[in-house]
Ligand binder design. Structure first.
Ligand code: DAH
Length: 360
């Protein structure tokens, strides 16, 4: 009898191992352990065998039943895993988006650079302020400590407009973004921390000057703001803007009526193999004017200069856009030549951020 059990075990195990899918395995299970299965049949036959063999055979059959059941379960796990794997492979779906045509429009380098500058100064807690392109004489000149007879008025090649109704004062196209310093300090109480990007106008036209150009002004007014803050702010800006770890900078004494002391800032650069590199090198490029806001400017806005002080700067946007992106001729900026824009413009969806990269 025990050889019968051994033979049966061999056969049943072979059937279980040969089952190629869950249905075949179920058949093998029924054939072995089902009501009419072979193990069940042998169990039923126990009554017929001599009593002395019955115990041993019965125990052997029980062991067989257990081992076959265990083998079936193990095989079932294998088959299930195999089926799942096959389904995962077979039912894979393509979740990628279909290719979309790239947008045709391009962001003008000036707009791109304004966005980059806004991202950098927003990160330093500055607010963006704006003012009108058509200014009155007071905001553009007088309040900035440029009285009527001051030579700086001639230096600025101002576009004059017909006098204003009422007081008959001449209006001008603003020659710089500095009048927004005045408007800000007149309208809001200190402290101030603003940047002012915008259009500016001067009657001047050659390879490096256009009658309309862009500036960005900065103004910080607080109780203890000093020149060290100015330096740190501009250094942090230059590193972020030119996307280099270190930018050599030089503060050269200068003169502006609205600041005292005043400085012009140069950044280090090199011309190697016809390529301009910003940050390092033996050459210098002037990029902005700055200084501590003149007490007279504060007073003309009703700000008490014994309590408040701060710094300001003004920078040409077109020029630093040319420097950063290697654009040779300023006049082409405003020619509206589509080929130029396609070449130097930026893809609309690449919005500059400090975390995601300014220009990529
Ligand atoms: N407004 C000056 C210009 O257009 C630039 C400038 C210089 C602005 C010094 C400032 C400053 O705020 O502090 O040439």
């Amino acid at each position: 009898m025990s050889t019968d059990v051994d033979t049966l075990e061999g056969e049943l195990m072979a059937q279980v191992a040969a089952a190629g899918d869950l249905a075949a395995l179920e058949e093998a299970r029924i054939a072995a352990l089902g009501r009419k299965g072979r193990i069940t049949a042998m169990m039923k036959g126990l009554g017929q065998i001599p009593a002395e063999e019955r115990r041993e055979t019965g125990a052997a059959l029980n062991r067989l039943k257990d081992s076959v059941a265990t083998a079936i379960e193990a095989r079932r796990q294998d088959l299930r895993a195999g089926e799942l794997e096959a389904r995962l492979v077979g039912e894979g779906i393509d979740i990628t988006l279909p290719v979309r045509p790239e947008p045709q429009g391009r962001i003008h380098p000036v707009s791109q650079v304004m966005d980059e500058i806004a991202a950098i100064f927003a990160d330093m807690d500055f607010t963006i302020a704006e003012g009108p392109d058509i200014e009155d004489d007071f905001h553009n000149f007088t309040a900035l400590n440029i009285p009527p007879e001051h030579p700086a008025r001639q230096m600025q090649d101002t576009f004059y407009l017909p006098p204003r109704d009422g007081d008959g004062m001449p209006m001008v196209l603003r020659t710089h973004t500095s009048p927004v310093q005045i408007r800000t300090m007149q309208n809001l109480p200190p402290p101030h921390r603003i940047v002012v990007p915008g259009r500016t106008y001067r009657s001047d036209s050659d390879q490096t000057h256009t009658p309309m150009f862009h500036q960005i002004e900065g103004l910080v007014i607080d109780r203890d703001t000093h020149m060290g803050h100015l330096k740190g702010t501009l250094e942090a800006f230059c590193q972020a803007f030119f996307e280099v770890d270190n930018v050599r900078m030089r503060f050269r004494p200068s003169h502006f009526p609205f600041t005292e002391p005043s400085a012009e800032v140069d950044i280090g650069c090199s011309h190697e193999g016809g390529e301009l590199r910003i940050g390092d090198g033996d050459d210098w490029l002037e990029i902005l004017g700055c200084g501590m806001v003149h007490p007279r400017v504060l007073e003309s806005c009703g700000v008490d200069s014994s309590e408040w002080q701060g710094f300001a700067w003004g920078m040409g946007i077109d020029r630093i856009a040319m420097l950063k992106y290697g654009i040779p001729d300023l006049r082409a900026f405003f020619d509206c030549d589509l080929r130029w824009l396609r070449h130097y413009g930026f893809v609309p969806l690449d919005v500059p951020t400090l975390s995601g990269g300014l220009s990529r």
